[in-house]
Design a protein around this ligand. Structure first.
Ligand code: FES
Length: 335
């Protein structure tokens, strides 16, 4: 850790309205450095200042080599995403007083993924953009060479996009997703949200192809583990997991879902709930994997049986009709 660097003061508020904060900033230059380090920058900030304001001051007045991405300063371009105290945020929307209230006066600032740092807070987003490009993020519709008017849709129809068109491609959901970290084929929440955006658009004519594309094992909707990290972290509150679940439902509805362990698992889950009002895990394994594939797990199954971990003779619950009504109202498909 290098010595603390004091950033020159900029008078933007009276002294008593300001607060001294230390930004402990990740520093690394992939061209020269073997290991990263942190620099401490001490500065007095006003209540209205954001992290991006502070980084701009450091760069302008103290250390011009500090590198980070930014453009719009209004939460629109998505380029300034960083991690503040292990919490991903847009630097231009991260109020420093708020963060200091929660975490104290020393705030650690990291890139979205330290292993992908190119220079300081700038990460290599190649994989993010490759995933994004893979889902054809444009409207597939016959283009009129000489249109005389815009291709408008009614507000009620636009509501079906459910905010998915407001994604700013900041990458926060992508780099925070544990499946993206563990599975290099997974498209990730942003690309799947973009897929939903076009599937829900009545003007798009490639919706079924899109649904088939994201039905693929290892890369598509079935690999989401429903950890809700993307929902918690999206700075635009777009709830990407909801879009992923809607893609699954729409796939069943339009019959674009292929036969896979994941889709059989989803169907078996519903069958069990409708039949018994609860989950019959043994039947679910058999139906998802198929009898012969399930045989591979026979030793583990016996071990679990001996320890009482596999319930025998699951019976219907008393209020099965109530559960059936709930299932009906919650699902639009999978019949
Ligand atoms: S600078 Fe554009 S979102 Fe922050």
């Amino acid at each position: 850790m290098s010595a603390r660097i004091v950033v020159k003061e900029t008078k933007i508020a009276p002294d008593d309205a300001r607060r001294e904060i230390v930004l402990r900033v990740f520093r690394f230059n992939a061209e020269f450095d073997v290991l990263p380090a942190y620099n401490d920058f001490a500065l007095k900030v006003a209540q209205s200042e954001t992290l991006l304001d502070a980084l701009n001051r450091i760069k302008a007045e103290t250390d011009a080599t500090l590198s980070y991405r930014r453009s719009c300063r209004h939460g629109i371009c998505g380029s300034c995403a960083v991690v503040v105290e292990n919490q991903a945020a847009l630097a231009c929307k991260a109020n420093l007083f708020d963060f200091a209230d929660r975490y104290g006066e020393i705030l650690t600032i990291d890139p979205l993924d330290k292993s992908l740092a190119i220079k300081d807070l700038i990460v290599d987003k190649t994989r993010f953009w490759e995933s994004y490009r893979a889902v054809s993020p444009w409207l597939e519709t016959p283009a009129d060479d000489a249109p005389t008017q815009e291709n408008l849709i009614a507000p009620e129809t636009a509501d079906r996009l459910n905010g998915a068109d407001a994604c700013i491609e900041c990458g926060i959901c992508f780099y925070g997703c544990p499946v993206v970290a563990a599975n290099e084929c997974f498209l990730g929440p942003a690309a799947l949200t973009k897929t939903y955006r076009f599937v829900a658009d009545i003007r798009d004519q490639a919706a079924n192809d899109r649904l088939r594309f994201v039905d693929r094992e290892k890369s598509g909707v079935w690999d989401c583990v429903k950890c809700y990290k993307c929902q918690e972290s999206c700075p635009k509150a777009l709830n990407p997991i909801e879009k992923i679940m809607r893609l699954r439902e729409t796939g069943f509805e339009r019959k674009t879902i292929g036969d896979s362990i994941a889709s059989r698992h989803a169907k078996a889950f519903k069958t069990s709930i409708v039949k018994l009002g609860r989950l019959d895990e043994t039947a679910n394994v058999l139906e998802s994997l198929g009898f012969f594939a399930a045989l591979k797990h026979i030793r583990a199954a016996f071990a679990m049986l001996r320890k009482g971990k596999i319930p025998i003779g699951i019976t219907k619950i008393d209020k099965l009709d109530e559960v059936k009504k709930l299932v009906k109202s919650a699902s639009r498909s999978q019949e």
